[in-house]
Structures are given as C-alpha cells and as structure tokens.
Design a protein around this ligand. Structure first.
Ligand code: GLU
Length: 505
C-alpha cells in the first residue's frame, strides 16, 4: 500500500513555524517512501476562520518548496480538499453512527449544558463532562427514547450529534514516536460530532476525511495527542480499524529559553520571525516573515528539519532531497525542541555562501528599490558575489553596502582614532592621485598599485588597508579592500580618499 500523508491546517491564522515543520515532516515522509503529500484545509470552525489564512498557508508551503501532490490548488481524485466544500459528506457518516447506536442526538440547549456544569461545580466536582453518567441526566436520544426523539426532530428542535463513548474501557494505539499510548474511556466525554449549525466538528471531519482520502500515516503536533483517543473510538465505531492510519505526534517547539511552547509573541519580544512570510494580523498587529527577514527557503527547511529530528550522524547541512533520503519518524524525539534563532541564522549563512550571487541580487533588488536605490542587475550581482561571505541574511546587504549606493552615514571614529596618523594624509593624497590616472580600475590592478606603494614607503599594510576601507565606506571592516574599491568605482574612490585625508592632515 503506498504512503499517503496529509497536512491538515485550520485557517485560523497564519502558518506558524510549528505548522511549517509538521508540513515538512509529512512531505519528507511522503518523498522518502515514494508516497503522496496532501494538503487538506480544515475550515469547519466558522467562528475561528481568519480571512486570508488559507492563501497564506498555501503561499508559505510553496515558498518553502513543499508543494502538495493533492490539495485545493492542485486538485486530485480524493477532493475536494477543503472541508467546507465537503460539508454534505459528514452528516451521512454521523447518521450512520446513530443507526448503529454509536452516536446519538442531543437536544440540550446551551443554557441546559451550562446549568449542568454549574450544578456539578457547586457539588464540588471539578471537570464535569458529558459522559456515560451525565448522558442519562440530559436531554438526548439515549435518555428520552425513540418516540420522543422522533417528535423533537419532527419539530425541528435544534440538535447536536454526540459520540457515545463506551464506559470504562482501556483502548490504545501505537504511536511511531511515542510507543504504546493507552487511555481509559472514562476519562473521555461524548464528543460532539455535528454541531447545532450542522457543521461537523474537527474530530468527525478529520477522521472521515483521513479514511476517505486513504491516509496511511497521520503526522501532526503533540497538541493533538489527546484527541487521538476519540479518533481511535471513531475508527472503532465506523468499523474502520483495519484501515486506521498509523499515528506520530511531533514534539513541541519550545521558546529559546527551553521553557514552554514557542508563541508568536516570542517573535516580537526577541526580534525574530515565527511565520514563513509577512503576516498582518486581523488585530492590526504586523509580523515579519522569515522570507522578508532575508532567509532563503532551503535554509529554513534545513533548520526546521532538525527541530526535533536528527539524522543519527553529525551531518547538519542537507538539501530537501538529502533530507527525504535519510528522514525517518523513528529518529524524531519525544521531547520538545528548543527554537534557537542563532542556529537558524547559521543555516542561512551556510546557504547564502553557496547560493548563486545572481539569485541573491534578484532577492535584494526589490528591497533596494524600496529604499530608493535602483542599480543595474549585473552590477548588483557583482556586489553580491563580493559580500556573500559576510552576510547572515540577505537583508544585511542593505546596510553593509549602503556606502556604494549613497553617502557614508557615520565614520567609525574609534577606529580612526586608533589607526590614523596625520602622516598618512600625504600618502593617501598621493595614492588618490595615482589611482585617478589608472585606466583599468580592477581589484587586481589596484592591488598591484597599492601594495608596493605601502611597502616601499615603510607603512603598515594592515593599518593602511583598514583606513582605506574607512575612507571609502566609513568602517574598517568589510570584504577585500581592493574589491570594495573596484565596486565603488574610480570617481568616488578618488573623491572619498582625497576628502578623508585632507580633513585629517
Ligand atoms: N486541523 C488540525 C490543525 O489545525 C489538524 C490536526 C491533525 O493533523 O489532525 O492542526
């Protein structure tokens, strides 16, 4: 049987980094086994639906290169892939369970439910749940009998459909990551399967769709572990246990401190992104995405893969195909994975180092345009090839290369104070003069002129080069100074060296 996995987000907000990792692990598992990766949008909760979230999720997956084999955009023979478009399907299955006595109609009003809760709380019971005991005290087809149920239905009395959870049974499943997980049904409530508005709940829609879409493995976040108890009961109720998917619950992604779950607030607090792309919250709050922060998608994929999974070797750099080859759920850890943003930056740096400068230029160009800078693509590519080794995120280029596209903002006065001596002024002016006469203003040619000059005049090479850098860019640090000179071009170089030295004679 071929592997079929699904990523099943609810469009209640943007895809956060935990969701992206879940999607990635599903994708890798599918690719490893030559299987199918499905995207299913679970939008049955109308109240929590956030406009734009579905588009955002799909755009994020595409940016990461995790393209679903089947899904709302791509289609497929198990569609539709959006639960709101499958609404009709679920009712039929809920009725099937009523027929077989595994589910029942519940006519309790919200006030009655609240009253039940309050009564039990008053009696000192903490968690009151709609279970085998309470069931008989409430208004439902089990407690009131068939005749009265028919009567209420014929009068269009609003109802929900609940799962009739058996009393006091131990039921379990084998989680690929966590091993055997058992639960006692007396800990569970009679979950609502169909809500009063006619929509299915997550539990019913999720199980029915996994079954109809022939999902073989459910790989999802740890927060769904407790729901699996009800899902197993649903598989049993439908008589689908033979076909039940294998479950894997991924560990949480923890805050940088290692304490507690990573939240979107941590991103704003510590200044790092937690969403793949920019996101404007309906509340008005804005969150910067990894893409807009200057990350390459393949670097983020590599970083995410190692959040909770390890290859069992020391190797850290993997492209997505390499990951798919070695990925296994058995190597996913049970304990939470700490989100280490410095590590994410490190991965990005590694990928930038080996990325074609032309691609970096394409990425940075619109951002430069936004700052009012418009430059030739070929020139920008050259800039990127010189600076590629010095940046962690693509956006670092904007700051580090600003001197090429505008005036020098501030000079590093501390460095000047430490390394400049007035005797350099004359030498800089002489150098400026000979450079101005130079026909071929290339890094190699400039090295040929400057190096012998420094040596024959008994000057300190390090000092001169750092001050040259400062004179043309404001800072003593940067890439190879000759390349910087070439990038800036003769006219500006001569002007800046001349001005810098004449102010410091
Ligand atoms: N709709 C659920 C979510 O938002 C899906 C959980 C699952 O994969 O079963 O994550």
């Amino acid at each position: 049987m071929s592997v079929r996995v699904r990523f099943a987000p609810s469009p209640t907000g943007p895809l956060h980094i935990g969701g992206a990792r879940t999607a990635l692990f599903n994708y890798l598992f599918a690719k490893k086994h030559g299987g199918t990766f499905i995207l299913r949008i679970e939008d049955t909760d109308q109240v929590r639906y956030v406009h734009g979230a579905e588009e955002y999720i799909q755009d994020s997956l595409e940016w990461l290169g995790l393209i679903p084999d089947e899904g709302p955009r791509k289609g497929g023979k198990y569609g539709p892939y959006r639960q709101s478009d499958r609404k009709k399907i679920y009712h039929k299955y809920a009725l099937e369970l009523i027929e077989s006595g595994k589910a029942y109609y519940a006519f309790d009003t919200p006030e009655e439910l609240e009253g039940m809760r309050a009564e039990h709380e008053a009696a000192g019971e903490t968690a009151t749940k709609y279970d085998a005991h309470i069931r008989m005290l409430m208004r439902n087809s089990v407690s009131i009998g068939e005749e009265r149920t028919k009567e209420l239905l014929s009068k269009d009395t609003p109802y929900t459909i609940r799962l009739k959870v058996p009393h006091d049974q131990v039921i379990g499943f084998e989680d690929i990551i966590r091993g055997q997980v058992n639960f006692n049904t007396s800990e569970l409530d009679d979950k609502v399967l169909i809500k009063a508005d006619g929509m299915p709940t997550y539990h019913l829609a999720n199980v029915v769709d996994d079954h109809l879409m022939e999902i073989t493995h459910v790989i999802r976040g740890e927060e769904w572990l407790s729901s699996t108890a009800h899902h197993v009961l649903l598989y049993m109720a439908f008589g689908w246990t033979e076909m039940m998917p294998k479950f894997s619950h991924l560990p949480l992604i923890l805050k940088p401190s290692g304490q507690g779950k990573l939240s979107k607030r941590d991103g704003s607090q510590f200044g790092f992104p937690v969403f793949p792309l920019d996101w404007q919250d309906p509340s008005g709050e804005f969150f910067q995405g990894f893409r807009e922060f200057g990350f390459l998608p393949e670097a983020l994929v590599n970083f995410l893969a190692l959040l909770g999974w390890n290859p069992g070797t020391e190797q850290e750099i993997f492209n997505v195909d390499g990951l798919a080859q070695v990925f296994s759920l058995e190597h996913v850890s049970k304990s939470g994975a700490r989100f280490d943003f410095d590590k994410a930056l490190w991965f990005n740096q590694q990928y930038i180092l080996t990325t074609d400068p032309e691609r970096i230029a394409t990425l940075i160009s619109p951002m430069l345009n936004e700052t009012g800078v418009h430059v030739d693509h070929g020139y920008l590519t050259k800039v990127c090839s010189v600076y590629r080794e010095r940046i962690k995120v693509v956006h670092d280029l904007i700051k580090t290369t600003a001197y090429l596209f505008g005036d020098i903002g501030e000079y590093d006065t501390e460095a000047i104070h430490k390394m400049w001596s007035p005797e350099l002024a004359g030498h800089f002016q002489t150098l400026a003069q000979s450079l101005s006469a130079e026909e071929s203003f290339t890094a190699d040619r400039l090295r040929e002129i400057i190096t012998p000059y420094v040596k024959s005049n008994g000057l300190k090479m390090g000092n001169v080069l750092q001050m040259l850098r400062t004179a043309i860019s404001g800072s003593p640090s940067g890439p190879d100074v000759y390349q910087m000179l070439e990038l800036l071009g003769k006219e500006k170089v001569v002007e800046r060296i001349g001005e810098f030295s004449s102010r410091r004679e």
